[in-house]
Design a protein around this ligand. Structure first.
Ligand code: ADP
Length: 475
C-alpha cells in the first residue's frame, strides 16, 4: 500500500499505465500511448464497419483527393515526422525523412490507382444477356505493421485499402506507435471520415486475436516475422479471411567474378547497412566468387570502417542504434558463435560503446552453411560473406532456404544476368542494383517470405473482390 506521502505525490510519467515508447538511442521515454486490448479492437472493427458503406460509396475521385491531401501533409510535415520516427525507432534522421517522402509517394500512387479501378463487360453467350464483372472493396481490413518502417508500411497498406474503398483497423508495432498515430492524425486532417482508419495500440496478442477472429474483418494484411505471419494466417483460417503476408527473408547478395567490384561493394553498403540492417530486404548472405573474394573484401572492409555510428538525430550518423538491446545481444551471440566455429572477423563484431542497443558495423567472412548466422535473418549491421566457385553453386546456395523475398546479384555478363532473373527463387531480383522498392513496383515474396504484393498496378488487387453480375433480360 502507498504511504501517505507517496499517495500525494503526482505519478511520474513512467508510472502512468500505458504503452511506454522508449528511444533506443538512450533509453529515454519518448511517449506513452494507450495500452488497449481485445475490447478496443472490437470497437474499432465496429467503427470501421459503420464507416464502410459511406466510404465505399464515395466516388474514387473523391477518395483520391483525400489521399493526395494526406500525401501532401506528410511532405509538409516531413521534418517533424522524421524526428519523431528517429526518436522512437532509432534510424538516422535522413533515412527517416526519406521514408516519410516514400510514404507520401505511396499515397500519391494509390490515389492515382483508385481512379483506375475498373470492371469488365464480357461477351455474353446469349443475345438478351449482359454480363459484367464488378470490382468491389473487400470490406473491413485489419493491418498489423512492424517497427522497422513505422510509416511506410502504413502508407503501403492503409493507402491501398483506403484507395480501394475499404476501411482499416491498424495495429502498429509496440515500439513505434507514435509515428502511426501522427500519420493517422494527418489522414484525419486530410479528410478521412471517422472510422476509415483507426489505430489500435497495445497488446499484440489480444488485438491480434480479435482482428483475426472477428468475422466482420474480411482481410488481414501483415508485415513482420514469418513466425507471427504463420500464426496469424492460422488464426484467420476459421473465418477464411483474405491474407497478405510480407514476411522475413534470408536474402542472398551474389558477386560474380565479372562484376564491377566498386559498384558491388557500394551496393552491398546500401543493401546491408541502411536502417542498421533492420530491413526485410537486407542482404543476409553475401556470396562472392572465390577469385574476387579478397579484392571485394578489401573494398567492403574500407567502407564498413568508414561508417559512423551514433544517435540517429546526430548529423552525419550512418548507423543508429538497433531497436533494442536484446537485438544487439542476439547479434553478438551469433557473431561469437560463428567466429568460434571458424569464421573470420574482418571488421567490428561487438556491442558499440555508444549505448546498449548499438552494434558495430560488422564484416565477417569464411562462413559456412552449418553456422546459425547463415540460417537466420540477421536484422542488424552484419555483412556475412562466404565464397562459391560456379554459377550453379551460387544459385543453389542462394535458393537453399525456405525464404524467397529478394535476391541481389552483381555481374557484367548479360546472359548470366538473364539466367539469374529466371533461376533465383525470390519475389524480387535485383541485378547490379541495391534497391527494389518503389510505389510502381510489386513488392512481395515467395515461399515462406509470404504472399501478396504491395505497390504497383497490382497493389490494389488484394483489397478488391470480383463480382460477376449476369443480367438475363437486358434487351
Ligand atoms: P519483429 O520480430 O520484427 O518485431 P514481429 O512479427 O514480432 O516482428 O512483429 C511485427 C508486428 O506483429 C508487430 O506489430 C507486433 O506487435 C505484431 N505481433 C507480434 N506478435 C503478434 C501476435 N501474436 N498477434 C498479433 N500481432 C503480433
Amino acid at each position: 500500500m502507498a504511504t501517505p506521502i507517496e499517495a500525494r505525490r503526482e505519478p511520474s510519467q513512467d508510472e502512468v499505465v500505458g504503452l511506454h515508447v522508449h528511444n533506443p538511442a538512450d533509453g529515454s521515454l519518448v511517449g506513452i500511448v494507450p495500452l488497449l486490448g481485445r475490447a478496443a479492437a472490437r470497437d474499432a472493427v465496429d467503427a470501421a464497419a459503420a464507416a464502410f458503406p459511406g466510404w465505399r460509396a464515395t466516388p474514387a475521385n473523391s477518395r483520391a483527393q483525400v489521399l493526395v491531401a494526406w500525401s501532401q501533409l506528410l511532405i509538409e510535415h516531413a521534418d517533424e515526422l522524421a524526428t519523431l520516427m528517429t526518436r522512437e525507432q532509432g534510424k538516422p534522421v535522413a533515412q527517416a525523412r526519406a521514408e516519410i517522402l516514400q510514404s507520401a509517394d505511396y499515397l500519391q500512387w494509390y490515389a492515382e490507382q483508385a481512379k483506375r479501378i475498373a470492371g469488365e463487360l464480357l461477351a455474353a453467350d446469349r443475345p438478351d444477356r449482359v454480363v459484367r464483372v464488378l470490382r468491389e472493396p473487400v470490406g473491413v481490413v485489419a493491418a498489423i505493421t512492424p517497427w522497422n518502417f513505422p510509416t511506410a508500411m502504413i502508407a503501403r497498406k492503409a493507402g491501398a485499402a483506403i484507395a480501394a474503398g475499404c476501411t482499416v483497423v491498424l495495429k502498429p508495432a509496440e515500439s513505434t506507435p507514435l509515428s502511426a498515430i501522427a500519420m493517422a492524425k494527418l489522414g484525419e486532417e486530410a479528410g478521412l471520415p471517422e472510422g476509415v482508419l483507426t489505430i489500435v495500440t497495445g497488446d499484440p496478442v489480444e488485438i491480434g486475436a480479435e482482428l483475426t477472429s472477428n468475422p466482420t474483418v474480411r482481410k488481414l494484411t501483415f508485415t513482420g516475422s514469418t513466425a507471427v505471419g504463420r500464426l496469424l494466417a492460422r488464426q484467420c483460417a476459421d473465418t477464411l479471411k483474405r491474407v497478405t503476408l510480407e514476411l522475413g527473408g534470408n536474402n542472398p547478395f551474389i558477386v560474380f567474378q565479372d562484376a564491377d567490384l566498386d559498384a558491388a561493394s557500394e551496393g552491398l553498403m546500401a543493401a546491408k547497412f541502411r536502417n542498421a540492417g533492420q530491413v526485410c530486404v537486407s542482404a543476409n548472405r553475401v556470396l562472392v566468387h572465390e577469385d574476387v573474394q579478397e579484392a571485394f573484401l578489401d573494398r567492403v572492409r574500407q567502407r564498413v570502417r568508414g561508417l559512423s555510428v551514433g544517435p540517429g538525430l546526430e548529423p552525419g550518423t550512418d548507423v543508429g542504434p538497433l531497436i533494442d538491446d536484446r537485438s544487439a545481444m542476439r547479434l553478438e551471440a551469433l557473431v561469437r558463435e560463428a567466429v568460434s566455429a571458424g569464421a573470420r572477423l574482418e571488421v567490428g563484431g561487438h556491442r558499440h560503446p555508444a549505448g546498449d542497443a548499438y552494434f558495430e558495423p560488422t564484416l565477417i567472412s569464411g562462413l559456412d552453411a552449418s553456422m546459425t548466422l547463415c540460417g537466420e535473418e540477421l536484422f542488424g549491421p552484419v555483412a556475412a560473406v562466404s565464397s562459391f566457385r560456379t554459377e550453379e553453386e551460387a544459385v543453389s546456395q542462394a535458393n537453399s532456404t525456405p525464404y524467397g523475398l529478394v535476391a541481389y546479384a552483381y555481374t557484367d555478363d548479360r546472359r548470366r544476368a538473364n539466367r539469374l532473373g529466371r533461376d533465383l527463387e525470390a519475389g524480387m531480383v535485383a541485378i547490379n542494383d541495391s534497391g527494389i522498392a518503389g510505389s510502381a513496383y510489386p513488392f512481395g515474396g515467395v515461399k515462406e517470405s509470404g504472399y501478396g504484393r504491395e505497390g504497383s498496378v497490382h497493389g490494389l488487387d488484394d483489397y478488391l473482390e470480383m463480382k460477376l453480375v449476369c443480367d438475363g433480360d437486358a434487351y
